[in-house]
Design a protein around this ligand. Structure first.
Ligand code: MG
Length: 383
């Protein structure tokens, strides 16, 4: 079974009160839409097509460059239906799935069940039972109860045979008719759809109260490791503290090996890419860079993602010089970057017992572990 997936990316975010496309909300160190698209990184998915507003095509293209998935960006339309119709023209697989860009919590279980159902029945629409009592309302203000066991809430993904959905859209275009989802359109022009179990957590991000759903989960742990060569003619900087010594660490930046390990630990806890991706050593901007300034940027990212440093524990592995007297200063400098008390930072030093490159005094390494606690709901766009 091969499936092309269409994820309309038009949403303006006006109901969210954002002033920008809600699909660009920060979520788990990425944008919301990257989380949604990643859910479809599955063996039977052939490609993913994202219809976007023309002004945002470049932005969405840059998000998915080198993403490791065949993602195609195309022109959206004035309505969701027009966007899906445009994207359908790029689809080639036997089946297509349509999924809301604003449903980032969709799980593999739901997608797999839809795929399986569609293969068997020709269509599959994720839906969930209703737990509240349900009433039908009338224009005169009166209402009457409905047996909630006869009602399902419709979600996405919705799976179809590509040729059939394409035909439904062609007929709808001729009629000038539209629908709020693809299942309705399919039903009008082709036939009945098969419902399958969705997931109550597969929520659609719609209004400001939904921002709570993006709140980072309570507690994160990260690990970082780094090593730099010890050479003559360089400053020896560790944890932002310059240590008098006949040699220093070699690197593109100031080669502060401790701060590098700390940054990778924090980025790891945030679920973000490492410092090599964030501050590439091929970029002249970082030549001779003060690693503490880079740490300020990493600490700002943690804050932006809604996390504060809980504690940091690092070990420097260094044969010479002795670091004992410099360690309290390093803790102070690192604490400054995170705006926290120095008691949350611990730096230990050890030797390599004269073994290996470190033991011969040719290199210094550092490892770092950190834990972060969530603080608040993130509220700024990431892109
Ligand atoms: Mg390094």
């Amino acid at each position: 079974m091969k499936v092309d997936v269409i994820i309309p990316c038009g949403g303006s975010g006006s109901r969210m009160g954002l002033g920008y496309n809600k699909l660009l909300l920060p979520m788990r160190g990425r944008t919301l839409i990257e989380n949604t698209v990643s859910a479809f990184f599955l063996p039977y998915v052939n490609k993913i097509v994202l219809p976007c507003a023309s002004a945002e095509k470049g932005l969405f293209r840059s998000l998915f460059e080198g993403f490791g998935l065949p993602v195609e960006i195309c022109d959206g339309g004035g309505t969701r239906g027009e966007s899906v119709a445009n994207a359908l023209r790029l689809c080639t697989s036997e089946y297509v799935a349509v999924h809301d860009g604003a449903r980032p919590f969709v799980t593999r279980k739901t997608i797999d069940l839809c795929a399986k159902t569609c293969k068997l029945m020709g269509t599959a629409v994720a839906s969930v039972a209703v737990s509240d009592s349900v009433r039908v309302t009338r224009p005169d203000g009166s209402s009457s109860p409905v047996d909630r066991n006869t009602v399902r809430l419709v979600q996405t993904p919705q799976f179809f045979r590509r040729e059939e959905l394409t035909k439904a859209y062609a007929l709808a275009e001729k009629d000038g008719s539209s629908a709020t989802d693809d299942a309705q359109l399919y039903e009008k022009y082709i036939g009945a759809v098969s419902l399958c179990d969705g997931d109550p957590h597969n929520r659609k991000m719609t209004d400001p109260s939904d921002l709570e759903l993006l709140a980072p989960s309570g507690f994160r742990v990260g690990a970082g490791w780094d090593i730099h060569r010890l050479v003559e003619g360089r400053r020896f900087v560790l944890g932002g503290v310059e240590i008098p010594f006949e040699k220093g660490l070699l690197g593109h930046s100031d080669a502060d090996v401790l701060t590098h390990a700390v940054m990778d630990a924090v980025l790891g806890a945030l679920g973000r890419r490492d410092i090599g991706c964030l501050f590439p050593d091929t970029d002249p901007a970082y030549e001779g860079a003060d690693s503490m300034a880079l740490l300020d940027e990493v600490a700002a990212l943690a804050k932006k993602d809604g996390f504060a440093l809980n504690n940091l524990s690092a070990t420097v592995i260094c044969e010479r010089p002795k670091l004992k007297n410099s360690i309290p200063k390093m803790c102070d400098r690192l604490a400054q970057a995170f705006g926290c008390d120095a008691s949350r930072i611990n730096v230990a030093a050890t030797t390599s017992e004269k073994t290996g490159d470190i033991g011969r005094g040719e290199a210094v390494a550092a490892i770092a572990y950190c834990s972060l606690s969530s603080e608040k709901v993130p509220a700024k766009a990431d892109a």
